[in-house]
Ligand binder design. Structure first.
Ligand code: FUB
Length: 310
């Protein structure tokens, strides 16, 4: 099951309903899963935890894909910090959106000139890259992280991101510019829950928004109440809210003080991607991407999902 980096071989993953053989990638440490369903395959975009002794050491992103959620192909690293000449460090949690024949990979990185976190955009005509810097500069910069894109049924695209706040902005159809100004989503306790532990922030929202639409309902599945984080979710009837907090998707687990969600439907099933510290040597800076198959409740709510390997 163990692979050398970049080899186009199948990774072993037992049927996810059984949950055995999580994590998906067992040869390197991966984090921040961002799945994309395209042309009969699930493309899984991840970060790469290197070193991992005292802080995040993340210099590149990686791509895997599967047609059956059982056998995974390693596509290597088609985008790294060096893709963005203006970036100096922190290849953190990104998200890939497809539009008009191109794949746009939104990522948070540290801006060399400002020293703050900014959102860059890689672009490619292939889901596996190589990706180039679409802009040569940040798309948006306010020191916050974890971009996520929703393209609504009417064609309007939204970029969400943020820690400690939660922002959105309307993207133009070119996907690399926007209209209007970044707007804060109100972090109310009805929308994003109430912290019970660390009360330095008013609501459970921490980072890692994963916004999608399903059966007319908008979901935001996010990392809650650091540290350690659990995964919670809110729903809304519009992409800009107001949001209603719905509860826990994945409870806290040992191993990694962060968690990061990605949710897709594929081939009639629903899949929840996340990360943990499950590999030998795993921990907060040596994480591993895993997946659980689940079924929505009949009213559209998400059941509590527990990891099948930690
Ligand atoms: O991987 C670095 C950061 O940790 C991500 O941007 C956050 O979502 C958390 O997983």
């Amino acid at each position: 099951a163990l692979l050398g980096a970049g080899l186009l071989l199948a990774l072993t993953l037992a049927p996810v309903s059984a949950g055995a053989d999580n994590p998906i990638v067992q040869t390197i440490y991966t984090a921040d899963p961002a799945p994309l369903v395209y042309n009969g395959r699930v493309y899984l975009y991840t970060g790469h935890d290197e070193d991992g002794s005292t802080y995040f050491t993340m210099k590149e992103w990686r791509v895997y894909s599967s047609a059956d959620m059982a056998n995974w192909t390693d596509h290597g690293s088609p985008m790294s910090l060096s893709t963005f000449s203006w970036a100096s460090a922190d290849a953190w949690a990104g998200h890939v959106a497809y539009r008009n024949g191109k794949f746009y990979w939104y990522v948070p990185v540290k801006n060399r000139s400002t020293g703050g976190m900014a959102i860059g955009v890689g672009v490619s005509s292939s889901p596996t890259g190589p990706f180039t810097d679409a802009l040569g500069r940040p798309l948006v910069e306010n020191g916050e992280i974890d971009p996520n894109v929703l393209i609504d049924d009417d064609g309007q695209a939204y970029l969400y991101w943020g820690n400690p706040r939660l922002w959105y902005v309307r993207l133009n159809t070119d996907m690399i510019s926007y209209s209007g100004s970044p707007t804060q989503i109100a972090l109310t306790t009805s929308g994003y829950g109430t912290r019970t532990g660390n009360t330095s922030r008013p609501t459970l929202y921490e980072e890692g928004p994963w916004v999608y639409k399903r059966n007319g309902l908008y979901y935001n599945v996010f990392a809650a109440e650091c540290c350690s984080e659990f995964i919670g979710y809110s729903t809304a009837s519009s992409p800009t809210g107001p949001w209603t907090y719905r509860g826990t998707v994945m409870p806290r687990q040992g191993g990694s003080f962060t968690n990061h969600a990605g949710v897709v439907d594929f081939n009639g099933g629903s899949y929840f991607f996340y990360h943990n510290g499950a590999l030998p040597g795993g921990g907060g800076y040596t994480r591993s991407v895993a997946v659980e198959k689940f079924a929505y409740n009949s009213n559209g709510t998400i059941p509590t999902i527990n990891m099948t390997s930690s």
